[in-house]
Design a protein around this ligand. Structure first.
Ligand SMILES: *Cc1c(COP(=O)(O)O)cnc(C)c1O
Length: 464
């Protein structure tokens, strides 16, 4: 049952070789970006039932398995990967996942991983300083943005209703959010015991951005309904459109009215690292809480997300069960008092190794470059007849519309032969096509090819 270290070295070598070939092929765009093999067929091709029943995999059998496994998945490094907001991971973070897999230091308590906990702590300090929260802020890494939103709102709940943890949730709390906010916020409201109906919509413009001038009315509506605001949520940026809310305007309103200001920066907080884009987050330092996904624009694998609060004590108050305190003393510190998870992965290492390899500057340049490529798509699409773009993109997310027909049908056609992976989203109640430029391999040629394929009559293409 102990490791055969020689076999491990051979199997790890296979992994490296197969992954290198896979990423190389993906980046060059020579394989389909996505295959849509039905699960039953795929299970057969991978020999899953047999492996489970009989075991006995060797490095050779594993190589064959891995090749099919990788090829049948969705290629995030492919230039035509324009689908979801999932990173094309950079290799330093991939190494961190590998290390964690063997090292396995679930470091929510310091004694279960001193180095992992210290790395997380320093990564958080860096993120806090980028957000302008500085030394007074608190943070924790968690498994994804949805859990991060839940954690941040739990801190907001503790602030609005300190007795909620022991006595239950008072019935008058409200969460103010634009309809464009991520669904995890409504879910969080339900999980936190507020109930979905406690989510009250903020007035937005035609593109789903919070209308700052109408915030006083929204607050008035909440009060007239006999409720009090637990938190107000702004997007930085919105998942659907990639547009940023006016954080300064909203933050000043919240500060003046004593409302907890939560910024959902899952996707767009990484723009803090780009000199040319930092202005999009102007006013972020006014937030009481912020979430920031590293597995989106900091190029780590899923999942690694930060919950950051402007005042450290707010985060410690979120989970009331015997708060464990964070201190940098001789015994180290326990992060377990700040997370839903008990054990958790070495998330800090993923972020740290990307930083250590590329530097803060390199990651900022990546963000700038992806945002620029998306902007270029907007320019190219606008020049072509039949394309409409409802707004100028601010990030690497662009929504557009082609022709007069069914937009979802266009998406299906492009994905069916594995040529492109893109998504769709509603803007102003109308379903649009949507691209997210995540892969560094995506260039002007890809964008032109996408526009060509969209305009091609359906009959000239068949499955490859
Ligand atoms: C992606 C996203 C989330 C959810 O993050 P996960 O890590 O997928 O759970 C929340 N909010 C926004 C704005 C997002 O873009």
């Amino acid at each position: 049952m102990m490791w055969n270290v020689e076999e491990f070295v051979r199997a790890a070598g296979v992994t490296v070789d197969e992954l290198a070939a896979y990423v190389d092929e993906s980046q060059r765009g020579v394989a389909p970006v996505i295959r849509r093999t039905p699960p039953r067929e795929l299970a057969g091709r991978l020999g899953l039932a047999r492996w489970i029943r009989e075991g006995g995999m060797t490095p050779e059998g594993y190589a064959e398995f891995l090749r099919v496994y990788l090829a049948e998945g969705t290629r995030l490094h492919h230039p035509a990967q324009l689908g979801h907001q999932v990173a094309a991971p950079d290799f330093p973070s991939a190494l961190a996942d590998f290390v964690h897999g063997a090292h396995n230091n679930p470091m929510a308590i310091y004694e279960m991983g001193a180095s992992a906990a210290t790395v997380e702590f320093e990564v958080l300090r860096w993120m806090l300083s980028k957000a302008g929260f500085g030394e007074a802020g608190g943070g924790v890494l968690t498994h994804g943005g949805s859990l991060a939103n839940l954690t941040a709102l739990l801190a907001a709940r503790a602030s609005a209703a300190p007795g909620a943890w022991t006595e239950g949730v008072p019935g008058d709390l409200a969460l103010l959010a634009p309809v464009s906010s991520h669904y995890s916020l409504t879910r969080a409201a339900a999980i936190l015991g507020l109930g979905e109906r406690a989510v009250m919509s903020l007035d937005v413009d035609a593109l789903g951005r919070i209308d700052v001038a109408r915030l006083p009315e929204a607050l008035e509506r909440v009060r007239r309904a006999g409720r009090r605001p637990m938190a107000l949520v702004a997007n930085a940026c919105a998942t659907g459109t990639g547009l940023y809310d006016d954080l300064r305007g909203i933050g000043e309103f919240c500060a003046a009215n004593g409302v907890w200001f939560h910024v959902d920066g899952a996707h767009g907080a990484s723009a803090l690292l780009s000199e040319g884009h930092r202005h999009l987050l102007d006013g972020i330092d006014l937030a009481d809480s912020l979430i920031w996904d590293a597995h989106k624009m900091l190029r780590t694998s899923s999942l690694a997300a930060a919950v950051l609060t402007r005042r450290e004590g707010d985060l410690d108050a979120a989970f009331r069960q015997r708060a464990s305190y964070l201190f940098y003393g001789e015994q180290g510190f326990d992060l377990i008092g700040r997370t839903v998870e008990c054990s958790k992965a070495e998330l800090g290492l993923k972020i740290f190794l990307n930083l250590a390899w590329r530097g803060e500057r390199g990651l900022g340049e990546y963000v700038a470059s992806q945002y620029a490529t998306a902007h270029r798509f907007w320019e190219l699409a606008r020049e072509r007849p039949g394309f409409e773009c409802p707004y100028e993109p601010e990030s690497n997310i662009v929504c557009f519309w082609y022709g007069t027909g069914d937009q979802v049908g266009i998406r299906e056609r492009l994905m069916d032969d594995g040529a492109f992976h893109l998504t769709s989203a509603e803007v102003g109640g109308v379903r649009h096509l949507r691209i997210t430029v995540m892969a560094p391999a995506t260039d002007d040629k890809t964008l032109e090819a996408l526009l060509d394929r969209i305009t091609e009559p359906e009959t000239t293409t068949g499955p490859r």
